[in-house]
Design a protein around this ligand. Structure first.
Ligand code: NDP
Length: 331
């Protein structure tokens, strides 16, 4: 069995040296009520960076020298739990281990005949829930309005933009390479895209792409990109603060533009969003997302990295923008 532990709390950008790889001979056995799982796909996500530091947040920090865990798709290889049988596929928050024993608590069965297994870590998992619930619950979209999405070619962002189109919005995405920006319009149906790495004047570029101003801003990145969007907000705009990846590796508190004057001048609403606040809406949201997927109203893309040992590298690569769509590790 292979396991990946958190060795050090990363300072700034995480490095491979912050992780420890352990291989041991194991002969895992299960007691009554337990099941044995073989890991097939592992989700790496920006929020894991927060759990690697000591700071208190909405989820407790990972412990040093203990396995890291994240969303995993696994196959049941043996079961003494009547809710699961050998050969079932499950998703859940599981350890970065090639195989492990579980009580079944928190595991959901997933059906590979309805969607590829990895999709349950993305569009049919936390990614899809985050995109839909953040946009609808806080963004409160009204057809005809203009939506700007940052981190637009990533897992959450690419879904937010497509849902925006289904709901009748004008959608503008911000991403970090020309290839990603091209994909926003060609694959995901956005109305326009902006490459923040090559655009000198972001305020002017957003103004040009959103001539009627910005009614909803779905923010995945924070920092100067968000400052430029805020220059362009309309009266009663809603800002969904879903993530701030540009700040996750900061070692000091950033000094930025103070957004308060914009919020006052435009009577705008800015609200932090955590997907788990809306757990009671997960079943209906999953139904909606699978329906749209089956009707081809939604699509998705993945960046699949192969090999258990590459989980930490795939995670670190999120901060370099090496993924388009959901970053997944196939074991
Ligand atoms: P993504 O698939 O979007 O991957 C991260 C992307 O962020 C990269 O591909 C990169 O794209 C972009 N990025 C990296 N560094 C920077 C930077 N310094 N400035 C601007 N962009 C950067 O990840 P997810 O879709 O999984 O997550 C997106 C956001 O949503 C994250 O902030 C995450 O923490 C948050 N989130 C929040 C949840 C909640 O409940 N609040 C739940 C799930 C996710 P590019 O090439 O365009 O730079």
């Amino acid at each position: 069995t292979k396991t990946i532990l958190l060795k050090n709390r990363p300072k700034g950008t995480p490095t491979i040296a912050d992780f420890e790889f352990v291989t041991e001979e194991t002969n895992l056995t299960i007691a009554n009520g337990e099941l044995l799982l073989e890991t097939l796909y592992v989700s790496v996500d920006p929020y894991l960076r927060g759990r690697m530091s000591e700071a208190k947040s909405y989820v407790p920090p990972f412990e040093l020298n203990k396995p890291i865990h994240s969303g995993v798709i696994a196959k049941v290889t043996a079961s003494k739990n009547e809710q699961f049988k050998e050969g079932d596929y499950v998703s859940g928050m599981l350890d970065w281990k090639t195989q492990q024993v579980s009580t079944g608590e928190g595991l959901l069965k997933v059906d590979p005949s309805k969607a590829p297994l990895s999709a349950y870590l993305g569009i049919l998992g936390m990614t899809g829930l985050t995109a839909y619930l953040g946009l609808t619950q806080i963004g409160k979209p009204v057809a005809g309005e203009t939506l700007v999405v940052s981190g637009a070619a990533g897992a959450v962002g690419s879904v937010v933009g497509q849902i925006g189109k289904i709901l009748g919005l004008r959608v503008i995405g911000i991403a970090g390479t020309d290839e990603k920006v091209e994909m926003l319009t060609s694959k995901f149906g956005f109305d326009a895209g902006i490459n923040y790495n090559t655009t000198e004047n972001m305020v002017a570029a957003i103004q040009q792409a959103a001539p009627d101003g910005v009614d909803i801003y779905y923010d995945n990145v924070g920092g100067t990109i968000s400052d430029a969007v805020l220059f362009n907000i309309n009266k009663f705009a809603r800002m969904v603060i879903c993530g701030a990846i540009s700040a996750y590796n900061n070692t000091e508190l950033p000094k930025g533009l103070s957004v308060q004057p914009f919020l006052v001048k435009k009577s705008a609403l800015m609200q932090g969003f955590i997907v788990s606040n809306y757990a009671e809406k997960f079943p209906e949201t999953m139904k909606q997302l699978s329906g749209w997927l089956a009707e081809d109203k939604l699509t998705y893309t993945e960046t699949v990295v192969e090999g258990f040992d590459n989980i930490p590298t795939a995670f670190i690569d999120l901060f370099e923008g090496k993924n388009t769509g959901k970053m997944i590790v196939k074991i």
